[in-house]
Design a protein around this ligand. Structure first.
Ligand code: PMV
Length: 342
């Protein structure tokens, strides 16, 4: 069944504000084993599986209101009208929700983040996880966690990992049906801290959606993908056994492999700033001296420094002393995407 505007019975149903409105929150996540490159760009089926941790305290909060009086979708991002390209991406995603719900009413989307967006703190992950949940709820759809994760994946691959809570694995899968994320362990499983060293808070020039298609042009990508099952297994075990030494080695290797692919693709992508390398070197030295810490970097210059919660204060203090580090955001394992009532 499809609805074609305000006069249809469906439209009347959505004019009830109780039914056409929902608010959801989601956390971004930091990938321990990275997703880089797609097998299918439209469906966002990844070249390899990935593992991440949701980041508590960092929040995207999104309200979706389906409104029969709207003539197009609208998007307010952190209080401002979004750029056309961002609106198009959100609108395209809402089409998936409308198709599923059998309705054609436009939506007003209002989204806010309490952290810098587009700088290697995966704002698109929390954005599409929160949007998937708020939009489906506002459209009267009740999706289970797996279905919601599959849907969020269509907006941004890593968003599928912000749907379940805690430590999360995204199985690459063979098709749209089996490419989704699930919890490996709840947030309270391991008191792990992510001290995010902000070396540049501004918006990155090449976002990950534009970066993924370049991965195949690197001669290193095939080797990175072929070795992914081995790294995933080591990471999974390290998380389950709370083995920080094993986690450190595999997380740093995986981050270095992804950035090697980025730097050797055509055109090459260099996300690092000089201070990014300063943090990498400092963290390695600290670990040699006995302070448990390791680094990982997404598609941006900021460095995620992981450490046991008991070392967090020391790690933060040392990071603040590195020239070029402008700020530190300290986060711990976060929960799943969830609805909130206002
Ligand atoms: O979900 P996307 O398209 O924003 O890609 C995320 C890519 C990385 O953040 C670099 C790695 C990852 O697995 O999160």
């Amino acid at each position: 069944m499809s609805c074609n505007g305000a006069a249809s019975p469906c439209a009347a149903r959505w004019m009830n504000p109780e039914m056409g409105n929902a608010v959801a929150i989601a956390h971004p996540n930091i990938a321990f084993i990275k997703y880089w490159g797609n097998r299918d760009h439209t469906l966002r089926l990844p070249a390899n599986g990935s593992i991440s941790m949701n980041l508590d305290g960092l929040i995207t909060r999104t309200r979706v209101t389906f409104d029969a009086d709207l003539e197009s979708d609208t998007l307010l991002l952190d209080g401002r009208e979004a750029e056309e390209a961002t609106l198009q991406r959100v609108s395209h995603f809402l089409d998936l929700v409308r198709e599923r719900a059998g309705m054609k009413i436009f939506a007003r989307v209002e989204s806010e983040n309490n952290f810098p967006v587009g700088s290697g703190i995966a704002s698109s992950a929390s954005a599409f996880a929160a949007l998937a949940l708020a939009a489906t709820q506002a459209a009267g759809l009740q999706l289970d966690e797996r279905e919601l994760s599959r849907l969020a994946r269509r907006g941004s691959g890593s968003a599928c990992r912000s749907v379940p809570g805690g430590f999360v694995e995204w199985q690459a899968g063979e098709s749209d049906l089996d490419s989704y994320a699930f919890s490996l362990a709840p947030p309270e499983h391991w008191d792990l801290c992510d001290c995010i060293a902000i070396v540049n808070p501004s918006h990155k020039e090449i976002g990950s959606s534009a970066g993924h298609p370049l991965a195949e042009s690197s001669p290193l990508q095939a080797a990175r993908v072929a070795d992914a099952p081995r790294r995933l297994e080591i990471c999974r075990q390290a998380i389950l056994e709370r083995d920080f030494a094993a986690l450190s080695k595999i997380v740093e290797l995986d981050s270095n492999l992804m950035h090697a692919v980025m730097m050797t693709s055509r055109p090459p992508l260099f996300y690092w700033e000089p201070a990014t390398l300063s943090v990498i070197k400092a963290v390695s030295t600290w670990r040699d001296e006995g302070l448990p810490a390791c680094y990982t970097i997404d598609a941006g210059p900021n460095v995620h420094v992981l450490c046991p919660g008991s070392s967090a204060a020391e790690v933060e203090m040392r990071l603040r002393e590195i020239p070029g580090v402008q700020d530190i955001i300290r986060t711990f394992p976060g929960g799943p995407a969830r609805l909130i009532s206002e």
